[in-house]
Design a protein around this ligand. Structure first.
Ligand code: NAD
Length: 437
């Protein structure tokens, strides 16, 4: 992105949990290349918390002053980490002001917003990078290398199951994500990562999508039916939440208190809503069938209420099969308080019992071979730190082509949008009828 000598002037918009990865990187290892010159958020408290974390006093602007911030601080790079439904607004404004943009996934939440971004990017000639960190996970790079080397020949189909555990999965149902208007639902908000990986691994794009999805476990109806519902709107200060293993206790967590509980006065946002309360408009169980331009197919399933977290993927090829198993957590510890013990607290991560990673190559007429891959701690299997280096470090050629642009962002989005449309219509959806990219 940058020329390797020029310093850049960067602003971050949306100073919540995810932004911490960016603000600490920009104020830390990349401070010799990039000046962090502006924060923008609807909530001044969270901007102050970020300044405290990084020991700085980056100028803080309200949402209405975003464009003014770009001008006054002479910003040339904007990192967008806001609620998904607002990404397009900041991306387009930043491009129009002559800035390059790094945006968190999903690039946006619907087809019209995606078209606005694509149009603005083409019109301005500025750069948009979508932060698909999973592309930078070494395990996923090994999959791409193995497929590109032709080890299993031409790909006929992919079978992909992703499980979110009771800790991480439940979290989508207590935050802003629980409303589809904010997040696009998990087909957009979460599966954008997975659909992007398949596009990238196969080097193709989706053409037709057929899907079923519903609210099976969370929400008021399912919660009542299963006897899991408790009578409270939000956990903080609610006696009914005291014995609920699905309640998050923000007061017990310095991070959640600083970022959300202590910030409520500014915007009234409650991060600890009841996962079995009313108002959930997203799905928790989704089955998707995709056909790609190459003729390959994908069967995909996303479950948000699993006992463990991770994924299984199998690629069926003309010369064999490649199978990946990643256990990000092997079980989920309940979050109730243990008398005399410490409360189990919550970050936005899966349970804390990471298990196996296994990549098996099964070529026709040969014994199976386990491909050794480096597994790493750190955000998203080591993907975060590599992605930051690619975004903000000295640019180097990447034979894996991991940098994702606005077209990649739109192509991953359109599978989820088509799945959402198929949930409603009950029929197959052609992606080009939604978004022609
Ligand atoms: N790549 C990943 O693995 C990953 C992981 C987590 C989150 N994310 C993405 O990061 C983004 C932020 O998620 P989060 O978990 O930090 O959420 P969060 O709720 O912690 O933070 C969102 C921030 O946006 C601010 N905001 C809301 N509306 C705004 C507006 N109109 N203008 C300016 N600011 C506004 C909020 O005040 C808050 O500070 C999302 O797009 C999410 O998809 C990506």
């Amino acid at each position: 992105m940058p020329s390797d000598t020029a310093r850049r002037r960067c602003a971050v918009v949306g100073l919540g949990a995810r932004a911490r990865m960016f603000t600490t990187a920009l104020a830390g290892p990349y401070a010799d290349r990039i000046d962090l010159v502006g924060f923008c958020d609807v909530n001044p408290h969270r901007m102050a918390v970020h300044n405290e974390w990084i020991g700085a006093s980056v100028p803080a602007y309200g949402a209405e002053d975003f464009t003014e911030m770009l001008r006054r601080e002479r910003v040339d790079l904007v990192v967008v980490c806001t609620v998904d439904r607002t990404h397009d607004h900041y991306i387009v404004e930043a491009l129009e002001a002559g800035c390059d943009v790094v945006t968190e996934k999903p690039m946006t939440t619907d087809a019209d917003r995606a078209m606005r971004i694509l149009d603005a990017q083409r019109r301005t000639g500025r750069q948009v990078r979508v932060a698909f960190n999973y592309r930078y996970n070494p395990v996923h790079a090994a999959v791409r290398e193995t497929l590109a080397a032709g080890e299993i020949g031409e790909i006929g189909s992919v079978h992909f199951e992703w499980l979110l555990d009771l800790r991480h999965g439940a979290d989508y149902f207590r935050r802003w994500h629980r409303e589809k208007a904010n997040s696009g639902g998990l087909m957009v908000h979460k599966a954008t990562h997975h659909f992007d990986l398949v596009n990238w691994w196969l080097g193709t794009e989706p053409e037709t999508v057929y899907a079923h999805g519903g609210l099976f476990f969370y929400g008021d109806e399912a919660g009542t039916r299963r006897g899991l519902a408790r009578d409270y709107a939000r956990a903080h200060g609610s006696p009914a939440a005291a014995d609920d293993p699905f309640a998050v206790r923000m007061a017990d967590s310095p991070l959640l208190s600083a970022l959300y509980l202590d910030a409520e006065a500014a915007d009234g946002y409650h991060r600890d809503q009841n996962v079995f309360g009313p108002g959930v408009t997203i799905e928790d169980d989704m089955a998707v069938l995709v056909r790609y331009a190459t003729g390959s197919t994908l069967t995909y399933h996303l479950t948000a209420y699993a006992p463990w977290e991770g994924y299984r993927i199998a690629f069926n090829g003309s010369e064999g099969r490649l199978e990946l198993l990643v256990e990000e957590s092997t079980w989920t510890r309940p979050r109730v308080r243990v008398p005399g013990g410490s409360a189990v607290l919550h970050g936005e991560s899966a349970g804390d019992t990471a298990g196996r990673t296994e990549l098996m190559l099964r070529r026709f007429w040969e014994p199976p071979r386990e491909l050794k891959v480096r597994t790493e701690d750190g955000g998203h299997g080591g993907g975060d730190v590599r992605m930051l280096e690619d975004l903000f470090g000295v640019s180097v050629a990447d034979p894996l082509g991991r940098a994702a642009d606005a077209v990649d962002g739109a192509r991953s989005l359109v599978t989820g949008l088509a799945a959402n449309r198929s949930f409603e219509s009950g029929g197959p959806v052609r992606t080009r009828d939604l978004l022609d990219v």
